[in-house]
Ligand binder design. Structure first.
Ligand SMILES: Cc1cc2nc3c(=O)[nH]c(=O)nc-3n(C[C@H](O)[C@H](O)[C@H](O)COP(=O)(O)O)c2cc1C
Length: 202
């Protein structure tokens, strides 16, 4: 995208969608590991890095995977307001995306994604105790028998009940482009599925 096209709102919107898609597929893309924030049980903000697993440009939904037993799932059940922050150093573009989150567990959405999840990644869902629970020694929580190796497909199936797909419906995108020739910032909100563009001072 040339500098002048960074002043064309529709091109910017198309470029955002293209790069979110790249972020899913390309592990080295800055958008592959965004920061995801939500409200915790003390009503304060909690943030962490997640892996962007899917972007649906028609529905404008971002997905990541997590463990059903994790505190963020519990907290999202109470308050589904959430926020992603993306940055890619080469693009020099920050995206702050406000979302509302939906939790999927043991349904068709999870079934499809689980089938495409590699054994190594399935292992994350096999911890004996819940993520974030206190332990009296440094450990990953996985059974000794799986130390340093992948589970078999059969062993991995125990993790399915914990495997959770968080779908995040995009409400607003705050696009920021940093450039020596002049920073640019665009807010994209949505009326139904149609984007509404507002330039703002960076
Ligand atoms: C590179 C990277 C990728 C991560 N991806 C995920 C992810 O996709 N899902 C997830 O639940 N946690 C992921 N984590 C771990 C989280 O950042 C966090 O530590 C964990 O989910 C516990 O968060 P919680 O206590 O708020 O639930 C990732 C961490 C790193 C460093």
């Amino acid at each position: 995208m040339s500098t002048s096209s960074k002043e064309n709102t529709y091109e910017i919107f198309e470029d955002i969608k293209k790069n979110l898609n790249r972020g899913v597929k390309d592990r080295s893309h800055g958008y592959h590991t965004p920061i995801f924030s939500n409200i915790d049980k003390e009503n304060s903000i909690d943030s962490r890095i997640v892996v962007l697993r899917k972007f649906d440009p028609k529905k404008m939904v971002l997905n990541f995977h997590t463990d059903f037993r994790s505190p963020k799932v519990h907290n999202l059940k109470k308050n589904n307001k959430s926020l992603f922050v993306f940055y890619d150093q080469k693009l020099k573009i920050q995206l702050r995306i406000k979302t509302s989150s939906t939790i999927n567990n043991q349904n068709n959405i999870c079934k499809d994604m689980w089938e495409n999840t590699k054994l190594y990644s399935r292992k994350c869902y096999l911890t004996l105790k819940s993520p974030s629970s206190i332990t009296n020694q440094p450990e990953d929580g996985i059974h000794e028998s799986l130390k340093g190796k992948e589970p078999t497909k059969k062993e991995s199936e125990k993790g399915y009940k914990n495997f959770t797909v968080i779908e995040n419906h995009i409400m607003l995108i705050d696009w920021l482009y940093l450039s020596a020739s002049g920073h640019r910032r665009l807010i994209i909100s949505f009326k139904d599925i149609n984007p509404i563009f507002d330039w703002v001072i960076p």
